[in-house]
Design a protein around this ligand. Structure first.
Ligand code: NAP
Length: 301
């Protein structure tokens, strides 16, 4: 005997079915939402069909009849295109359709888009996510939400199907600002772990033993526990692309410059990541920052 399908909890349009979006849309379908998907490039995420996700040809078509539209695309101009280009969200959305932008973009982009949507009677919250592709697959994302309290409450059941820790951090754009803080802290953590691993290798230490020993002390971190092995092996299978973190640091450094905040470690990480992208490593996992530190120490000569 098979279990009854989960009851339909409302229709969600999901726009952008990349690494993150495909996994997030799948979790919405599993949670009982009726999901209509759209992706710029046809044929991406075919596995969603098995979960009952129907594909639309344009964002406008996908949002027709949807209670909520979730966007998860690469960068600020890409969100603008999904919303406002011909065939975009604004051509198909009902006035009561709430737009949830889960992309990581500039806070100024969120302010601009929310204001332009409001002129058309549409509402938006920014809800960038953290937790990587594993978090997207396992519905354990950490989500920082900016927007009006009523809109955030409207969004919460949808967000709760994709993530575990959902925090309303302030008005529109505040989610993106918190995400920028997150990415700045990650820059320092990855660089610090990479330097420590290179020093351990140069000192002839048993690096795995070092990582285990440090795990109980103040240097403990998720990056040390989960990414130091890649840095030791000098092999960086994908979790989070260097090029996407480079994009996020551009957002953070721009915000910092506007506010008079000085972020020397992030600026250094951005330079090293620019070099990694230029030398063909943009699609490596972000732990490839160790590739740059290893090279400076002539480890791989
Ligand atoms: P991805 O696998 O590279 O997918 C990007 C998606 O954006 C694809 O569906 C792509 O469509 C779409 N897209 C890009 N430009 C577009 C445009 N102009 N118009 C319409 N669609 C467009 O990236 P991802 O890893 O899923 O990341 C998506 C967002 O989540 C990014 O903002 C990223 O920073 C953020 N994020 C990622 C992670 C992670 O671990 N990967 C973690 C946290 C947050 P096509 O298929 O047509 O190219």
């Amino acid at each position: 005997m098979t279990a009854d399908p989960a009851p339909v909890r409302g229709r969600v349009a999901f726009l952008g079915l990349g690494t993150m979006g495909a996994a997030m849309a799948a979790n919405l379908a599993r949670a009982g939402f009726e999901v209509v998907g759209w992706n710029r490039t046809l044929g991406r995420a075919p596995e969603l069909a098995d979960l009952g996700v129907v594909m639309a040809e344009t964002p406008a078509e996908a949002v027709g009849g949807a209670d909520v539209a979730v966007i998860c695309v690469s960068d600020t101009p890409d969100v603008e295109a999904v919303l406002f280009a011909p065939g975009g969200v604004v051509e198909g959305a009902r006035p009561d359709t709430l737009i949830i932008d889960c992309s990581t973009i500039a806070p100024s982009g969120s302010w601009d888009f929310a204001a332009r949507l409001a002129e058309r009677g549409l509402r938006m919250v920014d809800a960038p996510v953290s937790g990587g592709s594993e978090g997207a697959r396992n519905a354990t994302l950490t989500i920082f939400v900016g927007g009006d309290a009523a809109d955030v409450e409207h969004a919460r059941p949808v967000l709760a199907a994709m993530g575990r820790t959902i925090t309303h951090v302030g008005p529109i754009g505040a989610g993106q600002a918190v995400k920028a803080v997150n990415q700045v802290i990650l820059a320092g953590t990855y660089l610090g772990v990479a330097e420590g691993i290179v020093l351990a290798i140069k000192a002839g230490l048993d690096v795995e033993q070092v990582v285990g020993a440090l795990g109980g002390g103040a240097a403990q971190s998720w990056v040390l526990a989960n990414r130091s092995g890649r840095m030791l092996d000098n092999d960086y299978p994908l979790g989070f692309k260097v090029s996407l973190h480079r994009k996020d640091l551009a957002i953070a450094l721009d915000l910092a410059a506007q506010l008079g905040a000085v972020l020397p470690v992030s600026a250094l990480a951005a330079q090293l990541e620019t070099g990694l992208v230029a030398s063909g490593h943009g699609d490596d996992d972000m732990s490839a920052l160790a590739r740059a530190i290893r090279a400076l120490s002539a480890l791989d000569a």
